[in-house]
Design a protein around this ligand. Structure first.
Ligand SMILES: Nc1ncnc2c1ncn2[C@@H]1O[C@H](COP(=O)(O)OP(=O)(O)OP(=O)(O)O)[C@@H](O)[C@H]1O
Ligand SMILES: [Mg+2]
Length: 520
């Protein structure tokens, strides 16, 4: 968002290889997750790992860090054979990770998490050790410029972005020689903190493997990158020498589909709004008022933790409101639980921020997860999908680029981005008239984002209403008919289409609103 630090790497010097992977294989039952993967990372380099959802990136990360073992192939760490049997063994060798699905324990404090894995024995949770853990955590947080985070806070009480920062700080605290970051910026609009940490750690010769779907970040950080397609390493490229289309082609084996023509803003905001929120206070949100019409895509922009999450949760009955009213089609409604939000006369569905804890139903298949929210699917013994419903599920899954072959998977076995697609498919299947989409393309690959944008626009053009929060300004600029900006719990701007640009969004999001044009 603001100026980025210059990233210097040590690759100009002798590019000793920190890590060399040769011919790696990994299968999960019939699913081949990795096949014949070759990859070398030079010391002091930030090396990108690219590939569409399900390409095998996280699987590779898990192998490097000892969470799983490969079926075949070999690895070298600074010239020595490397085959970690556990995360601890990898860490002892100097390979540390911040995982895509964070590995912190939510009910423990930041200090306790930073002290793991010497935790959590009963003795260590005693008073003396707690104080020592807190002191150490405070020192670490200060070193990594995270002084604003309280070491005594539970991880669950932190925003997702801060949890992700603590996850990264924990990996850094082990002083890695190889640092693996799996989508470390997925929830951040601002990458300054992260890029600064990476610059520091590479300056000491540490190699970084950087997994991301954001090509702009990769271009700023990485000189080289390796592209995975269906588990195979397609090529290692000099990032500066390939354009985005070239990278996309390596990822999926075809040219990027031409950008679909975005629908012109033709929303006529007349009549009774589909949703009218008046004086809503809930969690961090204070006195929020706005309305959303049928056919409209209303954006919500804000820096991390300004109350946007509480706003979405309150509208879906996950967060209790202190004050205010919610009207649907001109009638005040009780939206005090998700069940009420989903009732036919309210008809609101949510894609939540956290898929692991509040999104997916683990141990159910992908198709059952998608069909679950539509009442017709519930039989006496649980989920019963009739042929017609299954066809519907398939066609909607297709709209968000979720391949048919994944529908029978246990949802736990899907890659992060594919789980996100399943959540989106679920709200589209359930037939709700209003969709609350909280960062719906988090972790989703570049090609799929285009399909998702088209699907959201189609939903709106057919009369649906959408409230869309995104951590990517470009997404709001592209899709929204109007955009609210939240700052410190308040809606500080309500921008018309013509003013949804970076300048206006950033000014408002940092509390320097150029306009205070509030809609009633
Ligand atoms: N425990 C598991 N059991 C079965 N299949 C699995 C398991 N874990 C991953 N897979 C499959 O392995 C393949 C690779 O998944 P992986 O998580 O490595 O993808 P990814 O490149 O990280 O994708 P994303 O960008 O969505 O995070 C996918 O087809 C996935 O469904
Ligand atoms: Mg992944």
């Amino acid at each position: 968002m603001s100026a980025l630090p210059t990233i210097r790497t040590a690759t100009d010097a002798v590019a000793a290889n920190a890590m060399v992977l040769s011919g790696l294989h990994k299968s999960y039952g019939p699913t081949v997750a990795l096949q014949n993967v070759d990859l070398s990372i030079a010391a002091g380099e930030v090396h990108a790992l690219l590939g569409e959802n399900g390409a095998g990136k996280s699987t590779l990360v898990k192998i490097l860090t000892g969470a799983i073992t490969p079926d075949g192939g070999s690895m070298e760490l600074y010239g020595q054979p490397y085959r970690p049997a556990s995360i601890l063994a990898a860490r002892a060798g100097g390979v540390c990770t911040a995982f895509q699905e964070l590995s912190l324990l939510p009910n423990l404090t930041v200090a306790q998490n930073l002290a793991l894995p010497s935790q959590p024995t009963r003795r260590l949770l005693g008073l003396v050790d707690r104080r020592r853990a807190e002191e150490r955590a405070r020192a670490l947080l200060a070193e990594f410029h995270l002084d604003a985070i309280d070491p005594r806070a539970t991880v669950a009480s932190l925003s997702l972005a801060n949890r992700q920062r603590v996850e990264i700080a924990r990996a850094l605290s082990f002083r890695p020689r190889v640092l693996v970051l799996d989508e470390p910026s997925a929830v951040q609009a601002s990458t300054d903190w992260l890029f600064e940490r990476i610059a520091r750690v590479t300056a000491t010769g540490t190699a970084v493997l950087y997994v991301s779907h954001r090509l702009n970040e990769i271009r700023q950080l990485c000189r080289h990158g390796t592209v995975l397609r269906s588990g195979a390493s397609m090529a290692t490229v000099a990032i500066g020498e390939v354009d985005d289309a070239g990278i996309f082609e390596l990822m999926v084996g075809r040219h990027q589909v031409a950008r679909r023509q975005d629908a012109a803003a033709t929303v006529v905001r007349t009549g009774t709004p589909r949703l009218r929120v008046s004086g809503l206070s809930a969690g961090k949100v204070e006195a929020a008022s706005f309305s959303l019409h049928a056919g409209e895509i209303l954006g919500v922009a804000g820096l991390d933790g300004q109350g946007q999450r509480d706003l979405f949760d309150a509208l879906f009955g996950l967060q209790r409101k202190r004050a205010g009213t919610i009207e649907i089609d001109g009638q005040e409604k009780d939206v005090s639980s998700p069940t009420r939000a989903m009732r036919a006369d309210v008809s609101i569905a949510l894609v939540p921020e956290e898929r692991k804890t509040e999104g997916i139903f683990p141990y159910l298949s992908v198709k059952d997860n998608i069909a679950l929210a539509s009442p017709a699917s519930m039989g006496r013994g649980g989920v019963v999908l009739r042929e017609r419903q299954l066809r519907h599920v398939k066609s909607v899954a297709g709209k968000v680029d979720l391949q048919d072959r994944y529908l029978d998977f246990d949802i736990n076995d899907l890659s992060g981005g594919n789980q996100q697609k399943a959540l989106l498919a679920r709200v589209l299947v359930c037939g709700a008239r209003t969709l609350l989409l909280f960062d719906p393309t988090r972790g989703v690959d570049v090609g799929t984002k285009e399909s998702i944008y088209a699907t959201i626009q189609e939903f709106a053009s057919e009369g649906g209403s959408v409230l869309l929060y995104s951590s990517e300004l470009s997404e709001l600029i592209r899709l929204c008919d109007r955009c609210l900006v939240v700052y410190a719990g308040r809606i500080v701007a309500d921008l018309p289409k013509a003013e949804i640009d970076e300048t206006h969004l950033l000014a408002a999001a940092t509390g320097h609103a150029l306009h205070h044009r509030m809609a009633a």
